[in-house]
Design a protein around this ligand. Sequence first.
Ligand code: HEM
Length: 437
Amino acid sequence: MEVRSKIPVGSYEETKMFQSDLNGIITLQKKYMKDRVVYIPEPNKGIYILFNAEDIQEVLVTKQKYFEKGTTANLLKSLLGEGLVTSKGHKHRKDRKLMQPMFQSIEHFAPHMIKHTVSLLENWEDGQQRDVSREMNEVTLNIITDTMFGTKADKNLLGDLRASLKNFARFIMKNTGNTQVDEKEIMDFRQNIQLLNQVVLSIIEKRKSENIDNYHDLLSLLLKTRDESNNQLTNEEIKDQVMTIFVAGHGTTANMLSWIWFLVSQHPEVEQKLYEEIDTVLAGKPPKIHDLKNLQYTDLIIQESLRFYPVVYQLRRKVVEEVKIGNHLFKKGDEILLSQYALHRSPLYYDRADEFIPERFLDDNIKNNPKFSYFPFGGGARVCIGNHFALQEAALILVTIAQQYKLLLHNPTKVEVEPLITLSPKNGLEMTLKRRE
Ligand code: HEM
């Protein structure tokens, strides 16, 4: 008998459950993790979900050449063009090599990260209610435009931009694998893209009118780059890379920080330890990059938050050539789903997986877990290029704010997880700012 016929198939109810609710995959995992995989016959194209960390490592690392990015990446292309997130094969390797230097040494970005957090705090007052998710988006957007493009984010565009990106993400999630997309939705979607393109093109145009040698950021790197035949990158190529970093490089970190604030506010004992550590290590002084190594509990909170709410919660891959993964054979064209959300809550790897326990990352059992039982930044050739940038940024923003404020949440039941391209708080995150004595 053919190996692939042994793969269990989800029922109609299970397919519905998987599509309608993020927790559907947790129920599927409980039932099918011993089989390591389940096939879910979605209406347009079925998908295989893997539940074993070793199999995931094969897909992302050891057998990565048998895979390419799945259908979400194709829709993302309409926004990001052929940038680093969406490019494939030779073009991807070239792009990665080109952008890598910007992410190799990131310590010098620390003062910018702190400066933008401090200026965010200048607008905060004791007792105010603020949508912390919006605030985190603002500060991370300012940081990415400053560090990568040497410019300021245009204040007027910020609100529109955030709404635009969210609409865009909703569109993608609704239409991944869908062949009949509503005309009106396509029109709105195009308008959204135009707005984003405008922002990015204005950044490029402004720089072209200046002396690029005065800058040492990603934009200048892209403008100075020559290919093998000594040709410059085209405007379109530069726009795609800029748009990619612009989009991939702020909403993700903003959502991670929103979940951290939410989780910390719901766990007073964790909150207390965090504040104690910050007060002891920083002793009231602004953080410096070398302080991060001494902020160990802060680091545990960040790791555990990314386990609990992995902002990039699933990856899709498409098989390009028949391949055996674990005990199963996959054919060309098969779509595979790797779910950080499921693996990070798998009983195979985590005790009390539904509880938020930062200390678990000190546990030896966790250290012995297979590598891909925890993969918030993916893995292999396509591992997140901004992972260290994001972790450094999150820690600096978190401690800079926590030195001055506690954030209180009055109505936790109002906070809902919305699984778009990233996990975001559906209706924002209204919190009260309490200034510390
Ligand atoms: C908490 C924050 C972040 C998370 C959880 C995250 C997660 C991820 C994941 C899981 C991937 C792999 C996607 C795949 O394999 O299909 C990825 C790729 C990528 N990320 Fe991030 N990311 C974060 C922050 C950032 C930042 C700050 C930047 C840039 C400054 C960035 C830029 C990118 C780029 C360009 C790629 C594509 C890399 C490639 O395909 O070679 N990310 N990210």
